[in-house]
Each structure stands twice: as C-alpha cells, then as structure tokens.
Design a protein around this ligand. Structure first.
Ligand code: ADP
Length: 370
C-alpha cells in the first residue's frame, strides 16, 4: 500500500497567476494538498498540523524570494522544502539549497513526472539527513561523556595515589631497619610504579583538559619561547643545546595550552637528540595566507616517516620502558588536541637519524588589542 503524503502548498500571494503545481498534484493519488497564501499562514498551519513536505510556489517578486529564504531557514529544519518559481535562476536555486531547501523547480521543467520525483526524493533525503543529524548528535554526546569520564577518573584517582606515595615514603624513611633487603626492593619498585602512574594520570588529566573550552588572550610568542627556554635551562646546559627562533607573531589562544604545545615540542627536540651531537633546535615562522605556520626542527635521532601520524596517538611511543628516552607518549597527543581545538593542524616529517620537523598551522585571527 502506498503511503499518503501530506503536502503544504504555499503561495506568496492571495491571487496566484499560475496554479499549475496544484493542478498537477490533483492528478497524483495519495498526495494530499493543503493550500496557504502567505509565509505567516505557512508557519501557523505547521503548528496545527503535520506535513511531509512544503512546496513554496513563488511569484517573480524579489521580496518574496527573500521572504522564502528566511522562511526556509526556520521551517526546513524538520520538513523538506521544495521551491517552485517562474524561472531557472541557478544562483537563486543555489542560495535556496544552501539555506536548507531540498530542491528548486523552474516552471520550464515543471511536469507531473518531475514534481513527483522531486517530492519523493526530497522526503527520502530529508529522512536520511535527519537520521544522520541524530547519529551525529548522539556521537557528540557520547564523546563528551567519555571525555568527561577521563577527566573525572584521572582527577579522582590522583588522591588515593597521593596516599600510596606518601605512606610508601613513610615506610622508606621510618621503617627501613625493620625491612629486609627483599622487602626494601619490593617497596622501591612499588614507589617507582606509583610515581610513573602519577605522571601518566597527570598527562591524562592534561589531555582531557585540552578538550575543554579555555579562556583566550593575546599571546606574544617571542616572550613565551623565551620563558620556556629559561625554564628548560638545566637540561639545555646539560646537553649544550642551542635554540634559535625567528621573530614570532602575537596570537590569540589560551596561554597555558599554547605554552604546553611549545614546551612539549621544544623539550622533545632536546630529549630525542643523538648522543654524540649537541641538540640544535630551530623555530621558524612564516605567514601562509590566513595561517601562521611555525616549524620546530631538530638534528636529533629522528624516526621513520611511517610513524609520522601514529606518534600523535595517545600513549604511542617508539621507545621501550627501559630505553634512555623516558616519557608517557601523551605529549604529542596533547599538542594535537590543543592545536586542532583551536582550528589548526599539526604534522611531523622525519627520517631515522636525520632529525625531525614538527609543523603547526594556526588560523591567523584579527587581534583586538586594548
Ligand atoms: P613522549 O616523549 O612522552 O614519549 P610524545 O607524545 O611527546 O611522548 O612523543 C611520542 C613519540 O614520538 C616519542 O616517544 C618519540 O618516539 C617520538 N618523538 C617525539 N618527538 C620527537 C623528536 N623531536 N625526535 C624524534 N622522535 C620524537
């Protein structure tokens, strides 16, 4: 059995010159047509009754074209809309579709077959669109829930862990004499694992914080890099690292998060250096249309380019627990999250033994300085 289709046919005048649309609809079985003669009546009718589709049959006036665009914005959210107008104006048709209409029929192609086909396709397409939107909304909601869970879990697990570390410390400092060598060894390992867990939880917490809305301000990147270099002074001295940087722009972003990105990239460039060579880190800047492009290059151990994407995954590392290069594998995942959340991108290129380059692209916004 064919399903009944309820159509709300809307004219933009009380005295339409043409009634071809309703004449055609009359020839279609199971297609029931209700007529209204203004956009106000259209809204009112939609509140009283349910329809499967709206047909907007427009006169030539410019005013009614604009009114149609406004009306589609409000009504086409749930119901498919097809616009019928006297001419085949492609630009207007495109505007209509961008606004949410499913189709536009010019009077030169208005016939029974085309009208029926357009109505059926529009209903089908709108149902698919609605289903897709529903899945996207549920996906976004469950994603948020998951991020929230990671945040709460990593935050709340810190407290019991702090206690484990504190009591472990007390055992070490106050009861060493009562413990034999074996017990002391177990205690030492337990403390080591607890400290590692603390670092992991902290990274996880930072990762979930990176997905949250954070306050933005104007940041002077030259100043930021200077401060990071100062804070890394010990390791810079120890490894005899040299860091150079171009004149960097001011950007608008969250200070803590951008600092985290720069700090991760610069400290990685120093950490993954070759044993026999002191690290040389270069931070270069160029403007590419509406983007700031900042690259971080080093002369370190590098990695095979097949890992260039994978190293941005959470907990992904190219070195084992016992290697000389320590870490959690969360630094680059945090960088990626922060940069992408700000509408930018981050990528890496490298070759084993040939150094690495990390490139971040950030949208260059107009800055409001006070
Ligand atoms: P972590 O440094 O804690 O392991 P990251 O997420 O910062 O975690 O980096 C992930 C992996 O990417 C590292 O384990 C390392 O193998 C590789 N890596 C990152 N930066 C560099 C670099 N500058 N040179 C070589 N390898 C790097």
């Amino acid at each position: 059995m064919t399903k009944d289709i309820n159509i709300l046919l809307t004219y933009d005048t009380y005295y339409p010159d043409e009634t071809l649309t309703e004449d055609l609809l009359e020839q279609l079985e199971n297609y029931h047509c209700t007529k209204v003669y203004s956009f106000i009546e259209l809204s009112r009718k939609l509140k009283e009754q349910e329809f499967d589709i709206i047909l907007l049959d427009l006169s030539q006036s410019q005013v009614s074209r604009i009114a149609a665009l406004i009306s589609i914005e409000f009504e086409a959210k749930d119901i498919p809309v097809i616009v019928i107008s006297g001419d085949e104006d492609e630009e207007f048709a495109l505007q209509l579709v961008k606004q949410g209409a499913q189709d536009h029929l010019g009077s030169d192609c208005l016939c029974l077959t085309n009208l029926k086909k357009s109505i059926n396709l529009a209903i089908e397409r709108k149902q698919l669109q609605n289903r897709l939107e529903f899945y996207m909304d549920s996906f976004e909601a469950s994603n948020k829930e998951l991020e929230n869970f990671a945040y709460v879990a990593s935050h709340d697990l810190q407290e019991p862990l702090r206690k484990i570390i504190t009591f472990g410390d007390r055992l070490t400092s106050k009861c060493t004499e009562q413990l034999d060598d074996k017990a002391q060894d177990y205690l030492g390992r337990m403390q080591g694992a607890a400290s590692r867990m603390k670092i992991l939880l902290n990274d996880l917490l930072q990762y979930s914080r990176a997905s949250r809305q954070a306050e933005e301000e104007v940041i002077d990147l030259n100043q930021l890099v200077k401060e990071i270099i100062d804070s890394l002074d010990d390791v810079i001295q120890e490894k005899q690292a040299q860091i150079s940087y171009d004149d960097l722009p001011n950007i608008e972003a969250n200070h803590t998060q951008i600092q985290q990105v720069f700090q991760n990239l610069i400290s990685n460039a120093i950490k993954y250096s070759k044993e026999a060579e002191s690290p040389q880190v270069k931070i270069e800047y160029k403007r590419d249309k509406d983007q700031h492009v900042i690259s971080f290059s080093d002369n370190g151990i590098g990695f095979s380019n097949e890992y260039a994407k994978k190293i941005f995954n959470q907990f992904y590392r190219l070195h084992g627990k016992n290697s000389q290069y320590q870490g959690t594998g969360m630094g680059l995942a945090i960088c990626k999250k922060i940069i992408e959340r700000g509408g930018g991108s981050i990528a890496a290129t490298s070759e084993e033994g040939q150094g690495s380059t990390f490139i971040i692209r950030l949208p260059a916004k107009e800055l409001v300085t006070t």
